[in-house]
Design a protein around this ligand. Structure first.
Ligand code: GSH
Length: 216
């Protein structure tokens, strides 16, 4: 298995957690330095034309792309421990919570969007931080409301870890990058804290990856 990764990438964090939960270690981790724009170089564009990480090549390939698709692939190929509930309504809830993070919030704050705001619309650094914090808070507010449901337990859906917890942990790490205090979202914070006690989440954290600074 080859994982295309970068320490700061929240989407790759999701895949690293899933790999750890499944007891899988990639044979090779290929660094795609997002701060140097390596995601746009031909070498990586040929792997993922969207020019975004993660991508995962399992065996002969093809390259898999999009973190949620990769997490579900890992869950299907390595069913234990399961990352989705057995019942259709539970699966829909877990996928819905996951998509609030991975589809509604995270895409708005990725480098290509921040860079476009800066270069095309001349938004300064303070403006970009305000933008990122706005979309983070919108997702955190929605997640906090959803997590009041009685289906929530120690984790987002009951007492077992699911894909929603993987996504919530990435939202928590992103909140830290963009200086948002999770105290205002107590259920989110409680679950992120529970996740971070788990070795699979802690080891996968962006700040634990090669090349990461001690803090952001
Ligand atoms: N929806 C994608 C998002 C992938 C994505 O945007 N990844 C970021 C890093 S977390 C990236 O590579 N960005 C490159 C860029 O924005 O130029 C997923 O969940 O995999």
């Amino acid at each position: 298995m080859k994982l295309f990764s970068f320490w700061r990438s929240l989407a790759t964090y999701r895949v690293r957690i899933a790999l750890n939960l499944k007891g899988l270690t990639p044979d090779e981790v290929i660094d795609v330095n997002l701060m140097q724009g390596q995601q746009r170089e031909d070498a990586y564009r040929n792997v993922n034309p969207m020019m975004a990480i993660p991508a995962l090549i399992d065996g002969e390939g093809p390259a898999l792309f999009e973190s949620l698709a990769i997490v579900e692939y890992l869950d299907e190929t390595h069913p234990n421990p399961p990352l989705l509930p057995k019942d259709p309504k539970g699966r829909a809830r877990v996928r819905g919570l996951s998509q609030i993070v991975a589809c509604d919030s995270h895409p708005l704050i990725v480098p290509r969007v921040r860079e476009y705001l800066a270069h095309e619309f001349k938004v300064d650094e303070a403006g970009i931080t305000k933008w990122a914090q706005h979309w983070h808070r919108a997702a955190l507010t929605a997640l906090e409301a959803h997590l009041q449901d009685r289906a929530t337990g120690r984790y987002c859906h009951g007492d077992s870890i699911t894909m929603a917890d993987i996504c919530l942990a990435s939202q928590g790490a992103g909140a830290n990058f963009f200086k948002i205090d999770l105290a205002g979202y107590p259920t989110v914070k409680r679950i992120v804290d529970s996740c971070m006690q788990h070795d699979a989440f802690a080891r996968a954290h962006p700040l634990k990856q090669p090349g990461a600074p001690a803090a952001v």
